[in-house]
Design a binder for this molecule. Structure first.
Ligand code: N01
Length: 535
């Protein structure tokens, strides 16, 4: 047990009731800790609570994108499709919350506005927009990495008189598209998933595309009873392989590089990964995102597929990316995206040739023409990885803010903690494999590590832990070095902070692999939490 903290209201505050926050509450309570959670939404689910836009699905297979900590849950829950819908994932997370009584820890519809560390008491004071303050020894920041939505500051944005939605803040009431002219701004995962579904109902869809994206059909299908039985019988092995992998799913690239095999073998491997479907295509060959020539072979393969799917060769040209190597932005996992441009009621508006000038009361004006619209869907993404933390006034030792500390890019040790912010842990964020890994296993790995770390503090009668400045320095250098060995920094991606004006351009996730990261974390713990100061 942790040392008594009579002066704190609770042992730990957990901010966020998404995948990582829910598991953190479960695990810390198991240790006998008192935990108070805050969640700005009305319910649990995080990403899956908010992203209710049409066509929203996960791009990691349902059987992998699920908790492994509860064997009974794993055996009892049955996924209906290979790639689960938002509704099914939310129902699953609600089930987990009920099964383990996790909702009772949370205060919903309550946004944390500040967390301030007091050096004398070694406690955090967490204050909310409802005016409540709670003190705690530990703060778990499970605030999400794709949760702070980005509505770009386009002139006239707020003058539009029609319906306007952001995919990441989609309303709970049904949105009707029938008979309407809908403009979708953005062609990342959210836009590419929603456009085909909206196009089925809308009178007309105008797709405002600034950067084309690589997207690969999901190959989604219902799971058969036999497939489910087989997965359930072999779950431990599947999880073991996932933990040993680069991305937290039980798949490993082809044993040879794309440049080490001949044309026929390369094509066979690409065919196989194309059939598997979705973003995993980026991992067909191990050298695909490190060697430009290897990358070119993957790019050419996908380009030819796009040309097969889109009837008008001129439209196909405009839908093919030419500004980044394939896989250096997350490849989208879609369902009928490119074919949607064969429909008469879909128009591609190329913002590279005709940029948006303004949003008007009744539509969008580009440098080419005015598009009259009844609805605008902002599929414009997120202030990713650091945005949700930056929106909270976090003050550590000496009143230093996390915003100042991270002003040139996130500065963490293992992604888990920052120097000057004792007893604060960041979940699944910058400096960890994060978005490059299966988020569910990622959250479990980090929460388990934190729980072991708290055991260690108890055993040593210690009150606080924080990384040394040097450990942070070295980890940031390690993260940068790993990224520099890949093609990723060449893309203007949200991984690089490039989608938010003024954000430092730094590759934020740790790209050394999920398994490697787990090994590093375990070694550091085994070495007595090397790089941390324990007091
Ligand atoms: O956001 P994005 P997202 N004018 O940032 C465009 C995960 N996810 O919500 O590239 C015009 O990728 C912007 O254009 P550009 C997944 O990890 C997963 O789609 O900046 N356009 C881009 O096209 C994903 O990567 C799933 O030139 C503007 C788009 O908006 C991440 O979330 C589903 C603009 C934003 O794309 C984010 O995806 C959904 C402007 N001023 C999300 N500003 C699945 O699991 C931005 N854009 C399948």
């Amino acid at each position: 047990m942790i040392p008594e903290t009579p002066s704190s209201d609770v042992d730990a505050v957990v901010i966020g009731a998404g995948i990582s926050g829910l598991y953190a509450v479960y695990k810390l309570r198991k240790r006998g800790m008192t935990v108070h959670g805050f969640e700005s939404a009305a319910g649990v689910g995080g990403t899956w609570f908010h992203n209710r836009y049409p066509g929203a699905r996960c791009d990691v297979e349902s059987i992998d994108y699920s908790y492994s900590f509860d064997e009974d849950l794993q055996q009892e829950w049955t996924w209906s499709e290979r790639f689960a819908t938002q509704e099914e994932i939310l129902a699953y997370l609600e089930h987990v919350a009920d099964r383990h009584n996790l909702r009772s820890a949370f205060e919903f519809l309550t946004r944390v506005v500040s967390t301030v560390y007091d050096e004398e008491s070694a406690l955090w004071t967490v204050t909310t927009d409802t005016g409540r303050s709670v003190t705690a020894r530990f703060c778990i920041m499970a605030t999400g990495v794709l949760s702070a939505t980005n509505r770009p500051d386009i002139p006239g944005r707020d003058t539009f008189a029609g319906e306007s939605y952001h995919t990441g803040e989609w309303p709970h009431e049904p949105v009707e598209f029938a008979g309407k002219r809908v403009g979708v701004i953005g062609t990342g995962s959210s836009g590419i998933q929603s456009i085909p579904v909206i196009a089925k109902d809308a009178d007309h869809v105008f797709v405002f595309q600034r950067s084309p994206n690589y997207s690969i059909p999901a190959g989604n299908r219902p799971l058969t009873a036999e497939q489910i039985a087989e997965v359930k019988a072999t779950y431990p092995e599947r999880r073991r392989l996932a933990r040993m992998s680069g991305g937290g799913t039980p798949f490993t690239p082809y044993p040879k590089g794309a440049m080490e095999v001949d044309e026929a073998e390369r094509r066979r491997v690409y065919d196989e990964w194309w059939q598997r479907g979705g973003y995993l295509f980026a991992k067909a060959f191990p050298d695909q995102t490190t060697n430009l020539r290897a990358n070119d072979t993957a790019r050419e393969y996908v380009e030819s597929k796009i040309r097969e799917m889109v009837k008008d060769p001129e439209i196909a040209n405009q839908l093919i990316p030419n500004d980044h190597p394939i896989g250096t932005k997350r490849i989208v996992t879609d369902d009928g995206y490119f074919e949607t441009f064969n429909r008469d009621n879909v128009t591609l508006v190329n913002l590279r040739t005709t940029p948006i000038v303004e949003i008007t009361e009744d539509g969008v004006r580009t440098s080419g023409q005015h598009y009259a619209l009844d609805m605008i869907v902002f599929a414009t993404g997120f202030d990713a990885m650091t945005g949700a933390l930056a929106r909270i006034d976090i003050r550590g030792r000496g009143g230093r803010t996390l915003r100042e500390e991270w002003s040139a890019g996130p500065r963490t040790y293992l992604g888990l903690a920052s120097h000057g912010f004792p007893n604060m842990f960041f979940m699944v964020g910058a400096g960890s494999p994060s978005v490059l890994a299966n988020m569910v296993l990622m959250a479990e790995q980090q929460v388990d590590w934190i729980s072991d770390c708290l055991d260690h503090l108890d055993e040593h009668d210690a009150a606080s832990i924080e990384p040394t400045e040097r450990a942070v320095e070295e980890w940031v250098a390690e993260c940068n070095e790993k990224a520099a060995g890949t093609l990723f920094p060449s893309a203007n991606s949200w991984y690089m902070g490039a989608n938010i004006p003024g954000k430092p351009r730094v590759f934020m996730p740790y790209i050394g692999g999920f398994a490697n990261y787990g090994t590093i974390c375990a070694e550091i713990a085994a070495a007595g939490y090397k790089g941390f100061e324990i007091a």
